[in-house]
Design a protein around this ligand. Structure first.
Ligand SMILES: Nc1ncnc2c1ncn2[C@@H]1O[C@H](COP(=O)(O)OP(=O)(O)OP(=O)(O)O)[C@@H](O)[C@H]1O
Ligand SMILES: [Mg+2]
Length: 287
């Protein structure tokens, strides 16, 4: 079974004590100091025997991993907590099918109140292989903590950036973020990299440039812009994928903007034979 679908299923059946214990394992994983069952009990504010029972359950459901006398949170454990939080806040009612599986993230369809279509992006940077761990290797808690932080930070950064871009039609409307995930509006479009036939490619290019100008005006440069991060329905465009965005005050902002624009212009020249002068575009974006 797909691990994220498994997480969605577990959200429906875990007991409150198990969620609470799982959150305590997360807190202990993220904190410094000794990591042991006593601290998990302390964080959970549950009776000792209940926590020990819950830990057994979570371990057998493969949401946490036991290592000597301590427990580590794994990817599915995190996803359970994130999804549970969206459900608790009435933002998500059900997880749908996977939309895209990338190197750095998986994106799933999710249904909100009134069956509204949304998308959840799950970050999965620098994965630790828990299977290797189970076999032989001892994992430092700091390694798990770093891995968790990198993914939580990426989600937070993308959320913060998309919030700055709110109100413009060419960006996914961001709804919330939690842990290693962001929740956003679902976009009915396909990647520009699949080279869809466009009735008016120049118009599409202009909309991308307009959106980059809007971002610049809000102080944001994507830094990873290319045909892979543009979605279109042939008429509208959406610029996605913003965890690595930088501010216009970043020391490399000029180079990053230059590269973003070059990627897009090269693509339109190559695929749609639309040529626009780069300097002109950059001046316009900055203007
Ligand atoms: N809001 C959305 N609505 C619909 N589909 C989306 C949405 N956000 C992302 N996607 C789909 O998920 C894919 C990956 O998203 P994104 O580019 O943000 O992540 P990524 O980590 O860069 O993934 P990849 O490694 O595949 O580039 C997109 O190309 C797109 O197909
Ligand atoms: Mg991408």
């Amino acid at each position: 079974v797909d691990p994220t679908e498994r997480a969605a299923r577990l959200v429906k059946i875990l007991r409150e004590e198990e969620f609470r214990t799982l959150r305590s394992v997360e807190s202990v994983c993220m904190s410094s100091g000794p990591s042991n069952v006593e601290r998990i009990i302390f964080f959970s504010r549950l009776p000792k025997d209940r926590v020990i029972f819950a830990l057994e359950e979570l371990n057998s459901k493969k949401l946490i991993m036991r290592q000597n006398s301590s427990y580590l949170l794994n990817q599915t454990g995190i996803e359970v907590l994130a999804l549970k939080e969206y459900v608790r806040r009435n933002l998500v009612e059900a997880l749908g099918k996977i939309i895209a599986k990338g190197k750095e993230s998986d994106v799933y369809l999710a249904f909100g109140p009134n069956q509204k279509s949304q998308a959840i992006k799950f970050f999965k940077l620098g994965r630790i292989s828990f299977r290797t761990v189970r076999k032989k290797r001892f994992v430092e808690r700091s390694e798990v903590r770093n891995w968790i932080s990198v993914n939580y930070d990426a989600a937070k950064r993308e959320f913060m950036t998309l919030k700055k871009l709110k109100g413009h039609q060419s960006y996914p409307e961001v709804i919330s973020y939690n842990r290693n995930t962001i929740l956003m509006s679902y976009i009915e479009g396909i990647r520009l990299s699949s080279r869809p036939g466009l009735e008016n490619p120049r118009e599409i290019l202009d909309k991308i440039i307009e959106a980059l100008r809007f971002a610049y005006n809000r102080g944001v440069i994507n830094g990873d812009m290319s045909e892979y991060n543009v979605l279109t329905d042939g008429e509208k465009v959406w610029l996605i994928d913003w965890p690595q965005a930088v501010g216009i005050d970043h020391p490399n902002s000029s180079e990053l903007l230059d590269r973003d624009v070059s990627n897009i212009l090269d693509f339109f020249r190559r695929v749609y034979s639309v040529s626009v002068e780069k300097k002109h575009v950059i001046d316009y974006i900055k203007g």
